[in-house]
Design a protein around this ligand. Sequence first.
Ligand code: 3PG
Length: 307
Amino acid sequence: MKVLVATEKPFSGVAVKGIKEVFDAAGYEVVMLEKYTEKSQLLDAVKDVDAMIIRSDKVDAEVLDAAKQLKIVVRAGAGYDNIDLAAATAHNVVAMNTPGQNENANSVAELVFGLLVFGVRNFFNGTSGTELKGKKLGILAFGNVGRNVARIAKGFGMDIAAYDAYCPAEAIEAAGVKAAKSQEELFETCDIVSLHIPATPETKQSINYDLVGKMKKGGILVNTARKEVIDEAGLIKLMEERQDLKYLTDIKPDADAEFAKFEGRYFATPKKMGAQTAEANVNAGIAAANQIVGFLRDGITKFQVNK
Ligand code: 3PG
């Protein structure tokens, strides 16, 4: 069996070592395609592989057409909006993610607070900022990342609320977090809102002018989820009208140049950094490798997302 690890944004060295050990033990060959810049490189690399591990790398119908031997693609991480699931099914390719890998979620959650401290201290520009203690944090979607954000926020002494369309209020309250009745209520009542929703047809562009416009004076929106959930034109219009709002994001918007005019109120990491820690890479990367061996050797489809 031949496995391709296709990562435009490479895993840490220690994660690659761990992934290779899993495949060595199974007797599989591993090929690496890291930091590729052209889609043609990916199309070439997938030609003769049986399995592949990806991160946010796009696997669309063209990639699947080129991957004649491919049986399984595993997205090392949580969000799998980068895989064309219908095309994978049509090509008889099993698609999986690696859910429930806590380090992957924790690393994103820690970055939320890196962005927040940077934001409330005015991007370290020498002026007096504010503290997170006592501020109300709204967590939009209470999955693994949202739960880790809540855990860390408790250490900061924040007042914490969450809303999740798919998670009952009792489960949120059981984690010691106030359950908001709607996402509108979350935006209305919180000083800071942190997004942890996946990019789906329902959520795309759902964080819009009206919703963010409900935030109190001095509101901060943090996005470590996906750029697609933001209505960029709406948010730009709102930030033009409201000089008090800040937008901090780990995913550069398409309209980065336009957002950049909000100096001191907008920050985007140069490259998506949420899951870019050694711990997260080891966690998600080795889980992906084990899932590939589990599928190819034993037919285990537990984390298949294109059923
Ligand atoms: C995820 O969905 O797991 C995170 O967004 C991480 O994405 P990345 O692999 O591009 O860092």
